[in-house]
Design a protein. Structure first.
Length: 206
């Protein structure tokens, strides 16, 4: 159910699950403690509620996530910080935050992320003919300098079906990306809850 094509994981939920497992496995000494002025990250209870499981979270860690997340991973700089979240079942999430040198660079970076997400479904299908990808835009949220929410469904020729939600938000020179994924399709996407999570994430940046 997990596919790698040119270094990109094309199964959304499998990617998020891998991030969650990695977070569990990282020893406490290996996690990088955030600096005092580092933007605050989401707490587990601020994720879209799971019907049968609490959320768990790994540490806030400096650098790019490994593996890189689908759609946005190639654009992430080394100055990123990230945190992974997971449930006891198949639902997982991740937040990635980048503090740029100035507001204009943050605007440009947020625009690049939105462009990458907008072209993600087409790119995935070009890279792997066994994948069918469909995406939706759920619009802009009025929080700080704004946030945009997207959905991506991937289905494979061997039967897997995964749904992912993405958001890109900015507050000044800080940009954050929130990802949520599980097995399913657009009917299983917790869009309203994810929008609320995104608003919380952007409000917590500073």
């Amino acid at each position: 159910m997990q596919v790698r094509t040119r270094g990109i994981r094309t199964t959304v939920a499998a990617l998020a699950a891998a991030a969650g497992v990695a977070a569990v496995a990282v020893p406490a000494a290996a996690a990088t403690a955030p600096a005092a002025d580092t933007p605050r990250f989401l707490e587990p209870a601020e994720l879209p509620p799971h019907p049968t499981s609490p959320w768990y979270a790994g540490p806030v860690t400096a650098g790019q996530p490994d593996p890189l997340p689908v759609c946005v991973g190639e654009a992430l700089p080394s100055i990123a910080s990230h945190r992974s979240y997971w449930t006891e079942y198949d639902t997982n999430a991740q937040q990635i935050t980048v503090v740029e040198r100035d507001v204009q660079r943050a605007k440009d970076f947020a625009a690049l992320l939105r462009k990458d997400i907008a072209g993600c479904a087409k790119k995935l299908m070009e890279q792997d003919p066994d994948i069918t990808a469909t995406q939706k835009s759920y619009g802009r949220l009025n929080v700080e300098e704004g946030a945009h929410v997207y959905g991506l469904h991937t289905a494979s020729a061997w039967g897997s079906s995964d749904i992912g939600l993405f958001s890109v938000g900015r507050d000044g020179r800080t940009v954050t990306v929130v990802l949520w994924g599980q097995m399913g399709n657009f009917q299983h996407a917790q869009v309203s809850d994810f929008k609320a999570t995104t608003v919380t994430a952007v409000n917590k940046l500073y």
